[in-house]
Every structure is written in structure tokens, then in C-alpha cells.
Design a protein around this ligand. Structure first.
Ligand code: CMC
Length: 431
């Protein structure tokens, strides 16, 4: 952590307190208020953490005004066009791009862990067939703690490493199994001669009666979706993983907590919600009606796939995703798809509307990823599981970073209590 170069002064009732100001390698300075309660007896009040840095981190940097996203310093557009998902996983986990031998070794280690314990199949069959695949993933990933006892000791660096590799390797298998189960098809085992993205596509779309020939353009688009979702700083699900891990919980339990948080429509669930919204709109002529609803203060409806807590000009992931969407739709010959036509027109009309411009609401990554996944043949319920499998490396890297930080303590936010003060219990007959 940087040495303080400045101080901030807080004055309350005429008394002044000094706090160190820390300067990051990029981004705004932060006021170090760790001693605030001890010296002043006061807490800060910051619901939803809009002004709070919860940790120091070297993994991902976002400049919301500039629309910049860096992983270990490398811009996301360069990684999406020149690198590939497993190389980005290595970068996030270990802090530097691998050389050729390191990459080969890493890919081989991930590939050798793609199968899940055979007995885990029974977990899947315990779910109803109409279960949402995210419900299955929360359960099955949490259940990994019951199967892989040799990688649950968080104090052992070797076990942490094995857990990290296992999670990255098995997540596509688990997501594909969740999908196969809900459509009543047999599970397809991973094939280690395929790359990460091709293997996932095959596990989702092959059947015993007919193998699935992976189209390299689709595999590339799939890999890019994984890469664009790999990490995103201290978002809700990552903060959930960090908070869960701060208690010393095992890695599989922590990642299951992250999956649960990601599921919500304001976070990873937005890609499913966005596609469902586009289907509900149906045709471009109905767009004004939906834009009017999104602007109406009395209507809870929001344009899904629009807006971001941090990006206030554009989402750099959306720019790459949009290019990918064009490529995939051209390949599949579905440029005339009504959903796509609606998406394109909605983007145009919303961006031209002063409400969205004033509130700095732009299409986010989920606006385009849903269109690509739909064109590839995934049902909307699989969109968020695909986000979860992509984000696993980010969660794991942040989990590892936190555990390796000697200053780690259990996370314990405080509150502004506005309830009743102490009062005496009244027996039921007297109430
Ligand atoms: N449609 C219409 N109005 C919106 C939207 C939207 N999608 N997003 C924000 N607003 C309005 C909101 O009503 C508020 O207006 P006012 O100031 O008049 O009350 C203002 O913009 C600020 O909104 P906010 O809720 O305070 O902003 P936030 O930073 O808390 O929320 C967000 C960010 C992403 C949750 C929100 O923009 C949203 O709900 N978007 C739709 C869901 C979505 O696409 N989520 C995916 C985010 S990217 C992937 C990921 O991170 O998982």
C-alpha cells in the first residue's frame, strides 16, 4: 500500500481530526478512515458503498469516466482481440502474462481437472427438471466442498492453487451439466483435446446420437464472452466472495456465494432479463412505449442492459461485444432476426433520448452478450450461468489476493441504527 502523502481534516463540533490520504497507482485518492471509530467514536454512512474502497487490489482497474478497464494493466480490448480466456485467467491469477511454457503448463493443468467426481451426478438428478441452471450451480458448486477435501484448507498455498485450478476447470462442466439436465439430455463428458471454449460448446450441444462439430468462429466468440466477463473489480458478487472468504470459509463455499449474488437481475441476471425484455418488446414499433415506461418514475421498469454503477460514458466490454455480435450474426445468417432488429433500434432510440444522456446510461456488456448467446442457440436461462463460469477466475483471483494479504481480517460493516431503543418486554396477555 502507498505511503500517505496528504492528510484530510474532519471537523465535528469544533474538534478536528486528521486522516491520512492514500494515493493509488491509478484512480482517485482515498481517505484512510480505519482509525475513525477509534479516534472519533463515529462511523461513516455509505449504503451500497458508492464512496468506499473496501480493499487494496492489484488485479483490475476501472476508470468509469474514460470507459477504461485494465487487467493487471492490460486494456480489455487488447486482451479480447489478441489474447484468449485461459491466458487471461493466468494473468489474473498470477499477475503477469505467461511465457509459452508457463501457458502450456497452465492449460494442461486446467484441462486435466475438467471432469467432476462421478458421484456428483446424483446432485443434479436431485433437482427438478424445471430448476433454473443458476439454482443448480449454487448448490453443486457449494457441494464441491464435500468432495474435494484436499483443497479446502485455505492456509495451505498448494491447496489454494489446486482449488483455483479445479474451479476454473470444472465450472464449464457443471454449467453444461445443469443445462443438459434441464432439457432432459444425458451429460456429455469433457474432451481434453478441445480448447476451453470449444469443449464447453460441445458439452452443451453434443448428444450421444450425434457429435457436435465446433465452428471456430463460434468458439472464438464464446472465448471472447468468457474473456470480457473474467473480472470486474469490486462488484457485488466479488465483494460477496471477499466477505464470505474473510471468515475463513472454504473456496467452494465462497464461490457458491458469488454465484448466488450474481444471479440478481441488477447484476449477472441482466443478460437474461435483457433478452426477455427484447422478446417482450417484440418489434421496433413498440420501443417508444418501453422507453416511456423506463423514464416513468412511477413504473419500476428499467431498460435492462443499460446503465452501470461505474461506467458513465461507455462500457468498453460492450464495444468489443458489439463487434463480436456482428461477426456471429453474419456467420449464422441471422442479421434479419427480429430480436436483433429490436436491439439495434432500441440502442439508437435510447441513446438519442435526453433522459438516458443526462443520466449517463449506455448499453452495457449484457446488452450484446444476450444477443450473441441467443444466436448460438443457448436458452436465456443459460446466460447467467455462462457469466458465472467466466467470472469464476475473477472471484478466485480476488479470493487468493485477499487471503495472501497479511492484513486480512473478517469483514464487519457497521450500521446507522434507526429502530426502537431499549424497551421492556410485555407479556402476550398485556399487549
Ligand atoms: N433504465 C432506466 N433508468 C435507469 C436505468 C435503466 N436501465 N439505470 C439507471 N436508471 C436511472 C435510475 O432510475 C436513476 O434515476 P433517478 O436519478 O431519477 O432516480 C438513475 O438512473 C441512477 O440509477 P441508480 O439505480 O442509482 O444507479 P446504480 O448505479 O445504483 O445502478 C445498475 C446501476 C446497473 C444496477 C442500473 O443502471 C440498472 O438497474 N441497469 C439495468 C440492469 C443491468 O443492465 N445490469 C447489468 C450491469 S453490467 C453487468 C454487471 O455488472 O453484472
Amino acid at each position: 500500500m502507498s505511503e500517505p502523502t496528504k492528510t484530510a481534516t474532519l471537523t465535528v463540533d469544533g474538534q478536528s481530526y486528521e486522516f491520512p490520504v492514500l494515493s493509488p497507482s491509478a484512480g482517485p485518492d482515498v481517505i484512510d478512515i480505519r482509525k475513525l471509530y477509534g479516534t472519533t467514536g463515529m462511523f461513516t454512512y455509505d449504503p451500497s458503498f458508492t464512496s468506499t474502497a473496501s480493499c487494496d487490489s492489484t488485479i483490475t482497474y476501472i476508470d468509469g469516466e474514460k470507459g477504461e478497464l485494465l487487467h493487471r494493466g492490460y486494456p480489455i480490448d487488447q486482451l479480447a482481440s489478441k489474447s484468449h480466456y485461459l491466458e487471461v485467467c493466468y494473468l489474473l491469477l498470477y499477475g503477469a502474462l505467461p511465457d509459452a511454457a508457463q501457458l502450456e503448463d497452465f492449460e494442461s493443468r486446467v484441462t486435466k481437472h475438467t471432469m467432476v467426481h462421478e458421484q456428483m451426478h446424483r446432485f443434479f438428478t436431485g433437482f427438478r427438471r424445471d430448476a433454473h441452471p443458476m439454482a443448480i450451480m449454487v448448490g453443486v458448486v457449494g457441494a464441491m466442498s464435500a468432495f474435494y477435501h484436499d483443497s479446502t484448507d485455505i492456509n495451505d498455498p498448494w491447496q489454494r492453487e489446486v482449488a483455483s485450478i479445479r474451479l476454473i476447470a470444472k465450472m464449464p462442466t457443471i454449467a453444461a451439466m445443469a443445462y443438459k439436465y434441464t432439457i432432459g439430455q444425458p451429460f456429455v463428458y469433457p474432451r481434453n483435446d478441445l480448447d476451453y471454449a470449444s469443449n464447453f460448446l460441445r458439452m452443451c450441444f453434443a448428444v450421444p446420437a450425434e457429435d457436435y462439430q465446433v465452428n471456430p468462429i463460434l468458439a472464438r466468440a464464446m472465448d471472447r464472452i468468457f474473456t470480457l466477463h473474467a473480472d470486474h473489480e469490486q462488484n457485488a458478487s466479488t465483494s460477496t466472495v471477499r466477505l464470505a472468504s474473510s471468515s475463513g470459509a472454504n473456496p467452494f463455499a465462497c464461490i457458491a456465494a458469488g454465484i448466488a449474488c450474481l444471479w440478481g437481475p441488477a447484476h449477472g441476471g441482466a443478460n437474461q432479463a435483457c433478452l426477455e425484455m427484447l422478446k417482450e418488446i417484440g418489434t421496433p414499433d413498440r420501443i417508444p412505449e418501453f422507453i416511456a415506461r423506463a423514464k416513468d418514475k412511477n413504473d419500476p421498469f428499467r431498460l435492462m442492459g443499460f446503465g452501470h454503477r461505474v461506467y458513465k460514458n461507455f462500457d468498453p466490454r460492450a464495444t468489443v461485444m458489439k463487434e463480436s455480435a456482428d461477426e456471429v450474426l453474419e456467420l449464422l445468417g441471422v442479421e434479419d432476426n427480429p430480436i436483433l432488429a429490436t436491439a439495434k433500434e432500441l440502442e439508437k432510440q435510447a441513446l438519442a433520448d435526453p433522459y438516458f444522456a443526462e443520466k449517463k446510461l449506455f448499453p452495457n456488456v449484457d446488452f450484446y452478450s444476450g444477443v450473441i448467446l441467443e444466436a448460438m442457440g443457448f436458452p436465456t436461462s443459460m446466460f447467467t450461468p455462462i457469466f458465472a463460469l467466466s467470472r469464476t477466475v475473477g472471484w478466485i483471483s480476488q479470493w487468493k489476493e485477499q487471503i495472501e494479504d497479511p492484513g486480512m481480517r473478517i469483514g464487519r460493516p457497521r450500521q446507522l441504527y434507526v429502530g426502537e431503543t431499549a424497551r421492556d418486554y410485555v407479556d402476550v396477555e398485556n399487549r
